[in-house]
Design a binder for this molecule. Structure first.
Ligand SMILES: [Mg+2]
Length: 231
């Protein structure tokens, strides 16, 4: 049993939940209405991307100048409105996630946080829709930095501020479903946990450097056991 302070940072989309069609619809409407760009993401990687990066990529592709703070806020608000209206239609929480979060509460040495490409407000809508927002006291979000590795660093800093304690690098776990999550963890020399509930298999996530991989969290005890043992 490892009782050292441990930090688990969860990605949201396809790690904890699937937001459904409202997510992509919200992006398309916001790109068209607010940025005046092309509402098509065929040539833009959305998997594990931050909102700031998506806006940058759309602006570069469609030769639009990067929006000022007011327009950026309008973009996020427009997205949030669509997401809020539609997430109840076909959004789902992934297997075992709620039980896992409940189980982790039992361990006072474990701190949970969010690291996501979503904005803070979008994250709130997504977590609240499935009643899991109260499990998280802090997070680092895709409207704070375009680079995911920087968000991992920021989330660790916030965790240390909230808890008034330091976490050893080998007790920090970044959990996600995409190569971007794994690479962001590795860039910070912390442990990467891959979960194959997105578009990438365990093998692909392992090849990207994941230290542990799971098909999903249906058997969440395995994950809790590995957190609590030296891996
Ligand atoms: Mg994800």
């Amino acid at each position: 049993m490892n009782n050292k302070p441990s930090l688990i940072l969860f990605d949201i989309d396809r790690t904890l939940i699937i937001a459904g069609k409202g997510g992509i619809k919200g992006l398309k409407i916001a790109v068209k209405k607010v940025l005046g760009g092309r509402p098509d993401f065929g040539d833009i990687n959305l998997h594990g991307a931050t909102f700031l990066q998506i806006v940058k990529d759309v602006c570069a592709r469609d030769q639009i100048s990067f929006p000022d703070q007011k327009k950026l806020k309008d973009f996020y608000d427009c997205f949030d409105k669509v997401l809020q209206a539609e997430i109840g239609n076909d959004g789902v929480i992934l297997p075992g996630v709620k039980d896992l979060l409940i189980e982790l509460e039992r361990f006072p040495n474990i701190t949970k946080g969010i690291i996501t490409g979503n904005t803070a407000s979008g994250s709130d809508i997504k977590l609240k829709a499935f009643g899991i927002d109260s499990f998280f006291q802090f997070g680092a979000f895709g409207d704070e930095d375009a680079i995911r590795a920087n968000l991992v660093r920021l989330a660790i800093k916030k965790a240390e501020n909230v808890n008034h304690k330091k976490f050893d690098k080998d007790r920090i776990f970044v959990v996600g479903d995409t190569p971007a999550d794994i690479e962001a963890a590795k860039a910070n020399n912390v442990l990467a946990v891959g979960v194959a509930t997105g578009h990438y298999s365990k093998a692909v996530l392992k090849d990207c450097g994941a230290d542990i991989t799971y098909n999903d969290f249906a058997d969440y005890h395995k994950f809790v056991d590995s957190i609590n043992s030296q891996i």
